[in-house]
Every structure is written in structure tokens, then in C-alpha cells.
Design a binder for this molecule. Structure first.
Ligand SMILES: C[S@@+](CC[C@H](N)C(=O)[O-])C[C@H]1O[C@@H](n2cnc3c(N)ncnc32)[C@H](O)[C@@H]1O
Length: 194
């Protein structure tokens, strides 16, 4: 599904130029205004909906998380909606991210073998090491990132503290119930008026 359309003014934000290039090529990408940056770079024009999809929330560390939610609140009209997904720590998805799960795809630089390894280094903090091996040269590049798996109560508290009300948490984007093993929590809330 795409939100982009002739009757909507849609803005897309990502701090990665590579990801923005990929987003531009998606269906409807040509009718979206793309911004290289984060929530601080969203123009102060009233919006009806702020969405974070594709597991963005796990990449936003604690130092920036509360500010991000407040930034989104500040660009929403009163009663406007914030909706985002966040990985459910109870499902412990990282335990399946091991070097056994290798896959290979064809790239412009030849076949690329990819795998990840992950360790929970503190409650709700998962250190991911993602490795990429160029098969033709046997060169391996790896990067490491700490991902945040915030719990249900923490998310509800954070969203309320950022100026939202009527916070609901679902188990998927179809508003299904949150279960212990739901891979993600989908949080939906309304911006409080000034
Ligand atoms: C798993 S990708 C998902 C990309 C895209 N949202 C999608 O659904 O296909 C996570 C994205 O979050 C982006 N990201 C990381 N920190 C961010 C932030 N503070 N604000 C917005 N996006 C961020 C990354 O650059 C990356 O493109």
C-alpha cells in the first residue's frame, strides 16, 4: 500500500541517502517530498498523520527517542495521529539472528553473502553485527549497531510524555490484538491540543 497520491501532501524523512534513493524508486515515490534528515528537519506545517514504519523505532537511541516523539507531536494538528511499530521484546526476534541464517544475492559487485548475529547486551538493547561477504574477492565488511526493543509500558509512557493521548497498542497494522509472541507492537495515539 502507498499513501502517496495526487490528493495528499506526503513528506518522507530518512537520514540515509541510500535509503531515500530506494524510497524514491518505489511506487508513488515521485509524488513524495523527500527530506534527508530526521524529525528535526520536518517543516513546521500542520500535518494530519505521522508514521514510522519498517522498524525505524529500533534505530532511534534513547538520547533521540523522546525528542523524536515530541517533534512529531509539534507538527501534528490537535487530534492528529501518530502511528509506529516497534519490535516486541517479548518475541525475542534477535535470537534467530545467527550466522546460520546466511543468504546470498546478486549485486553490481557480484554475489554478496549476508548474515547477522545479535546479542542482548542490556534489557531491551540488542547489539547487531551485520556481515557482508563479497564472494568473488572473499572480502567481508561488518557493521555493528545497538537496537532498542522498547517494552509495551515504556512505549505507552514515552508517547504520553510527548503530548499524545488515547494511546493504543496493537499486535499488527490491522489493529489485531497484541500477543506475547507478536513480532511488533503497533502504537497509535492522538496529539493533544495546545
Ligand atoms: C529497516 S529500515 C526501514 C526503511 C523504510 N522505513 C521502510 O519501511 O522500508 C529503517 C530505516 O530507519 C532509518 N532511520 C534511522 N534513524 C532514523 C531517524 N532518527 N529518523 C528517521 N529514520 C531513521 C534508517 O536510515 C533506515 O532507512
Amino acid at each position: 500500500m502507498t499513501l502517496a497520491g495526487v490528493d495528499r501532501d506526503v513528506l518522507g524523512v530518512d537520514p540515509s541517502a541510500t535509503m531515500l534513493d530506494a524510497a524514491r524508486r518505489r511506487p508513488g515515490g515521485g509524488s513524495v517530498s523527500w527530506i534527508l534528515g530526521d524529525s528535526r528537519d520536518v517543516p513546521a506545517e500542520p500535518r494530519d498523520l505521522a508514521l514510522m514504519t519498517g522498524n525505524v523505532a529500533q534505530h532511534i537511541g534513547d538520547a533521540a527517542w523522546q525528542r523524536t516523539l515530541r517533534d512529531l507531536r509539534s507538527v501534528l494538528v490537535p487530534g492528529g495521529t501518530v502511528a509506529f511499530e516497534s519490535r516486541n521484546p517479548a518475541a525475542r526476534a534477535w535470537e534467530a539472528w545467527t550466522s546460520d541464517g546466511r543468504s546470498t544475492r546478486v549485486t553490481a559487485a557480484g554475489p554478496l553473502e549476508e548474515w547477522s548475529e545479535a546479542t542482548e547486551i542490556a534489557p531491551g538493547v540488542v547489539r547487531l553485527v551485520a556481515s557482508n561477504r563479497f564472494v568473488d574477492t572473499d572480502e567481508t565488511l561488518a557493521y555493528s549497531e545497538d537496537l532498542r526493543f522498547r517494552g509495551h509500558d515504556e512505549l505507552v509512557c514515552d508517547v504520553g510524555a510527548a503530548g499524545f493521548e488515547a494511546v493504543e497498542v496493537f499486535g499488527d497494522w490491522q489493529r489485531g490484538p497484541l500477543r506475547e509472541d507478536s513480532p511488533v507492537m503497533v502504537v497509535v495515539a492522538s496529539a493533544v491540543g495546545d
